[in-house]
Design a protein around this ligand. Structure first.
Ligand code: UDP
Ligand code: MG
Length: 138
């Protein structure tokens, strides 16, 4: 089991000035920052990042949304990182996310749901590599 996961603070979180409060939640939950950058996805890069969803009805809107403004990308470290981080962020739909989770606190819709969290160790590695080269990780 890997002790790293990948996250993005999505355009709604950045636009609503929630970078600080969301990073505080991650910090309080025991995640250490291994790599971090404030950046923006082009539609092409957003489409590539979410290519597993390309046959889904929400894909086109998702790509537009994810390239609509700046994001924060980060690699985080903690024991059992992938599973514990998915618990910390809550369900994809904020209306169904458990109370106190990041999506419950900071997200308004199933699309603009504040944060991404990797769903497996394998995807955590792929997604971290999508944003960061080896020398950008600590
Ligand atoms: N999404 C959406 N509509 C849906 C399901 C998902 O817009 O009905 C978006 C949402 O931003 C979500 C992302 O697509 O975070 C990826 O979906 P996934 O099912 O992988 O959810 P996650 O792993 O982010 O909880
Ligand atoms: Mg997912």
């Amino acid at each position: 089991m890997s002790n790293r996961t990948f996250t993005m603070l999505k355009p709604d979180a950045v636009g609503n000035n929630y970078i600080g409060p969301i990073l505080a939640k991650m910090n309080e939950a025991g995640f250490r920052i291994v790599a971090m950058k404030y950046t923006r996805l082009t539609p092409e890069r957003a489409g590539e990042f979410y290519s597993v969803h390309k046959e889904r009805p929400f894909y086109k809107d998702l790509v537009n949304y994810m390239s609509s403004g700046p994001i924060v990308a980060a690699i985080l470290e903690k024991d059992n990182a992938v599973e514990d981080f998915r618990k910390l962020i809550g369900a994809t739909d904020p209306a169904k996310a458990e109370k106190g989770t990041i999506r419950n606190l900071f997200a308004k819709s199933i699309e603009a749901n504040a944060v991404h969290g990797s769903d497996s160790d394998e995807n955590a590695a792929i997604e971290g590599n999508f944003f960061f080269s080896a020398f950008e990780r600590f």
